[in-house]
Design a protein around this ligand. Structure first.
Ligand SMILES: Nc1ncnc2c1ncn2[C@@H]1O[C@H](COP(=O)(O)OP(=O)(O)OP(=O)(O)O)[C@@H](O)[C@H]1O
Ligand SMILES: Nc1ccn([C@@H]2O[C@H](COP(=O)(O)O)[C@@H](O)[C@H]2O)c(=O)n1
Length: 234
């Protein structure tokens, strides 16, 4: 990988739900001066739009209606210096604050299993990473979106730890959720994401595994920088 000294690379971060992929990817991007792309936010934005336009009612996803809506769903990002990351917009409307609710989380895995949805979003992701210098997190980045990514990390953590972190985050925001509901969602999304027919969640054979159940964000960064420096020296 010696040419990564001259050329910026693609860093693919895949893994289970709520294990800290976006937190990690954002910190790496800030450290390296790369662009951070949260692909889960894109699937969540399509789900939010479907919920708001009646393509999902009482938890039932009408796949045909979701696909019909896709054609009129424009997803864009705009950098927000306060967050140090890009906010997501749907048809020009800020969606960032609305995509991480439990309602969206409970439907997103069914929406992301629809082949037409994946086709559209994967093409957008490939275009966003065309010039390299990106840290992209999701479920299929190292396997489907950028199988040629120079550095792949597969993240995992104990489901109870993940649920507790997400619960603390949502409660701090004032969301009325229970720990049981969050843990059920985390486990169910993992099951659905691993078992879908198109681009299931899998560890790429050349990915390095990171279990952060007992690691702080700072410890993860130290681990990453060592790995990164070793890789670019190869
Ligand atoms: N190493 C860590 N130690 C403690 N808390 C963490 C750690 N990494 C992330 N978190 C916290 O865990 C929660 C989930 O993190 P994050 O949103 O980055 O996960 P994710 O994998 O991107 O989630 P999802 O797949 O659901 O989008 C956040 O509240 C974040 O602050
Ligand atoms: N590359 C991806 C990213 C996400 N998904 C689906 O979206 C859901 C939400 O993602 P988060 O990262 O925000 O948790 C996730 O559960 C997947 O169903 C995907 O399929 N591919």
């Amino acid at each position: 990988m010696s040419d990564t000294k001259q050329h910026r690379i693609i860093i693919a971060i895949d893994g289970f739900s709520s294990c800290g992929k976006s937190t990690f990817a954002k910190a790496i991007a800030a450290r390296l001066g790369y662009i951070f792309i949260d692909t889960g936010a894109m699937y969540r934005a399509v789900t939010l739009h479907a919920l708001e336009h009646g393509a999902i009612r009482s938890g039932i996803v009408d796949e045909e209606a979701v696909v019909k809506l896709l054609g009129e769903t424009a997803i864009t990002f705009r950098f927000n210096p306060e967050r140090g990351a890009s906010d997501i917009y749907v048809n020009g409307d800020l969606a960032e604050g609305k995509i991480r609710t439990i309602e969206v989380s409970n439907c997103v895995s069914r929406v992301s299993a629809i082949p037409e949805v994946r086709r559209k979003l994967v093409a957008m992701q490939q275009e966003m990473g065309r010039r390299r210098g990106v840290v992209m997190d999701g479920r299929d980045i190292g396997t489907v979106v950028f199988p040629d990514a120079e550095l792949k990390i597969f993240m995992t953590a104990d489901p109870a730890v993940r649920a507790r972190r997400r619960y603390d985050e949502l409660r701090a925001k004032g969301d009325d959720v229970s720990l049981e509901e969050i843990e059920r969602n985390v486990r169910e999304r993992d099951r659905a994401d691993m078992s879908r027919a198109v681009s299931p969640l899998r560890q790429a054979p050349d990915a390095v595994v990171l279990d952060n159940s007992r690691m702080s964000v700072e410890e993860q960064m130290a681990w990453f920088m060592e790995l990164f420096e070793r890789r670019i020296a190869e």
